[in-house]
Every structure is written in structure tokens, then in C-alpha cells.
Design a binder for this molecule. Structure first.
Ligand SMILES: Cc1ncc(C[n+]2csc(CCOP(=O)(O)OP(=O)(O)O)c2C)c(N)n1
Length: 294
């Protein structure tokens, strides 16, 4: 595990995190997950405030899912390890924070987010940080990237599972649907995409910019099994990942209903916070709410 030089948080938090890191995934409780998600959100706000640039809304909305994924699902220490790719690269603050909590990078490195030459680029780059597995930022490419990896692993008889974070806004990209068709044709059952279904993108509501609904029926029509789940309910998140990991003949996708900006009242559901960094006043107001939650 990494060292615990937090960029935000107390000595008590450090002790608590150490205790959770030492647990087997089955023993990580809902209380633990709530603590981890709150820490992810605090880090996200602190990182983006310090960088004075970045995207707070998506990462806050995804914090519960990434806490669950990193502490209950992903296995990195097995021979055929899991893989996590993200297609919506602009939300990478949530991933970097989850990686730090899991001990894959140092907590203090989060303070370098978006700095020139930092491993933690504002859009993930394998050149700077190979651990992120795919470079992203140009939306719509992730499903094709992840499908290629899933197919390659199957050919090599490698049982590693491929998880992929996606977003609703990027379903406006044609390549997503080309990849959906290919994954279905190739029956990629080792592929586990989960989509941030918050109906918000950079320019406002997805339904106003260019509607993607009905997303479930669209994926189903491409031969996929689809599950819609509450992305802020740990029991629903767990059930959805278990469902995705069960054997089936078809590719599967989880559409997680989330609230952009979750946990910070003035950011929630407000497209202005898709990509605006909080200034000192907003950082303090956000942190006051998040510290109470943690
Ligand atoms: C190919 C491409 N077109 C446009 C953009 C600019 N862009 C950055 S984020 C974004 C909105 C994406 O929607 P979504 O991921 O649903 O946003 P969120 O839920 O995180 O607010 C857009 C259009 C991009 N990164 N890539």
C-alpha cells in the first residue's frame, strides 16, 4: 500500500483507511464504502481546486461506483488480473483518487494532478502512467479499445476481465455503436462496461444537446443484455456488477443512474460543474459538506 500523506483529511482518517486497506474485499462494509466514497469526493475537489482546472461533476457522481469497484470487485494481484479502461477520460480524478486509496499510487501524488509533466494528466495517458491502461479524452473510443483487449485476452485463453467506464454523452459518437455491434458479433462476455447515466454533458442536458435515449433499448437491439441500476446505492451497485460477471452468451452493460456533482449540493445536476474548477470559496463550501459526509 502507498504512504498516507493525504492532501486532505485527518489523522483519524489515515488510521481508518489503513484498517480498510488491510481487509479482504468480502469484509469491506457499507460503512467502509461510504467512508471511501467521501474520501474520493474530498480528493476530487481538492485536486481540481489546486490545479485550477478539471472536471468535478462526473467524478463526484461516480465516487460510489469507483469505491465499490476498487475495494470489492477489481483483482490486480492474480495471474490473469483484471483490467480497467475508461472511455470518458475527463472523469479521471475519480480514478486517480480510487487508485490512491487502494495504494496503487501515493496519496500525495494527487496534488500533482494536471501539472506539467505529472503522471496524473487531466486526461489519462499511458505514456505518463501505464497503470491507466488506455489513453482517453477523445470520447467514443473506449468501447472499441476495451473490446479489442477483451477479444485479445480470450484468444490468449487469459481469464482476466475487462471493465470499462463510459458515459451517456459519448453515446452520441458513432464509434460506440460500431464497437457495440462488434462486441455482440464476437460474443464478448469478458467485457464489463458500466455507463455514467446522468443525462448531463459539457453543453447541458444530453437530451437537449442530442438525445441518446432509449439507451437500454438501443444496446438491447445490438444484441446486448442491459441492466439499469442506482449508482449511489451500494447494494444496487454490487448486484449490478455481480449480474455483469455472471456467465451469459451476450455482452452486457450496466447503465448506472447517477447525479452529476453528487455530495455537493450546489453542484448537483448542474451542467456548469461538468468542467469548472471550484475557486477557494466554492472549494471550502464543497469540502464542508463532504467532510460532514465522511
Ligand atoms: C470526440 C470528442 N468530442 C468532444 C469532446 C468534448 N467534450 C468533453 S466532455 C464532453 C461531454 C461528454 O459527456 P459526458 O461524458 O456524458 O459528460 P459528464 O456526464 O461527465 O458531464 C464533451 C462533448 C471530447 N472530449 N471528445
Amino acid at each position: 500500500m502507498g504512504n498516507l500523506n493525504f492532501i486532505v483529511g485527518s489523522e483519524k482518517d489515515k488510521e481508518r483507511l489503513k484498517g480498510i486497506q488491510a481487509k479482504k474485499s468480502a469484509d469491506v462494509s457499507v460503512d467502509d464504502l461510504e467512508f471511501l466514497a467521501a474520501r474520493i469526493r474530498q480528493n476530487v475537489i481538492e485536486m481540481i481546486h489546486r490545479a485550477n482546472s478539471g472536471h468535478p461533476g462526473g467524478p463526484l457522481g461516480l465516487a460510489d461506483i469507483y469505491a465499490y469497484l476498487y475495494f470489492k470487485v477489481l483483482k490486480f494481484d492474480t495471474e490473469n488480473r483484471d483490467h480497467l479502461l475508461i472511455s470518458n477520460g475527463h472523469v479521471c480524478a475519480v480514478r486517480y483518487s480510487a487508485m490512491a486509496l487502494r495504494g496503487q499510487i501515493e496519496e500525495e501524488e494527487l496534488a500533482t494532478f494536471r501539472a506539467l509533466g505529472s503522471r496524473l494528466q487531466g486526461h489519462p495517458s499511458t505514456k505518463f502512467l501505464p497503470l491507466v491502461e488506455n489513453s482517453s479524452g477523445s470520447l467514443g473510443q473506449g468501447l472499441a479499445n476495451a473490446s479489442g483487449l477483451a477479444l485479445g485476452l480470450r484468444v490468449q485463453k487469459n481469464s482476466g476481465r475487462v471493465f470499462l467506464g463510459m458515459s451517456d454523452g459519448e453515446c452520441q459518437e458513432g464509434m460506440t455503436w460500431e464497437a457495440a455491434m462488434a462486441a455482440s458479433h464476437n460474443k464478448l462476455t469478458n467485457l464489463h462496461p458500466f455507463l455514467d447515466f446522468n443525462n448531463i454533458q459539457i453543453d447541458g442536458k444530453v437530451e437537449h444537446v442530442m438525445g441518446v435515449e432509449p439507451l437500454d433499448k438501443k444496446f438491447a437491439s445490438f444484441g446486448w443484455d442491459v441492466r439499469i441500476a442506482d449508482g449511489h446505492d451500494f447494494s444496487a451497485i454490487g448486484d449490478a456488477f455481480s449480474w455483469s460477471l455472471e456467465n451469459s452468451e451476450r455482452p452486457k452493460i450496466i447503465l448506472f443512474k447517477t447525479v452529476l456533482g453528487k455530495g455537493v449540493s450546489f453542484m448537483e445536476n448542474n451542467p456548469d460543474w461538468h468542467g469548472t474548477p471550484p475557486n477557494k470559496e466554492k472549494r471550502d463550501a464543497a469540502m464542508a459538506e463532504l467532510l460532514k459526509a465522511g
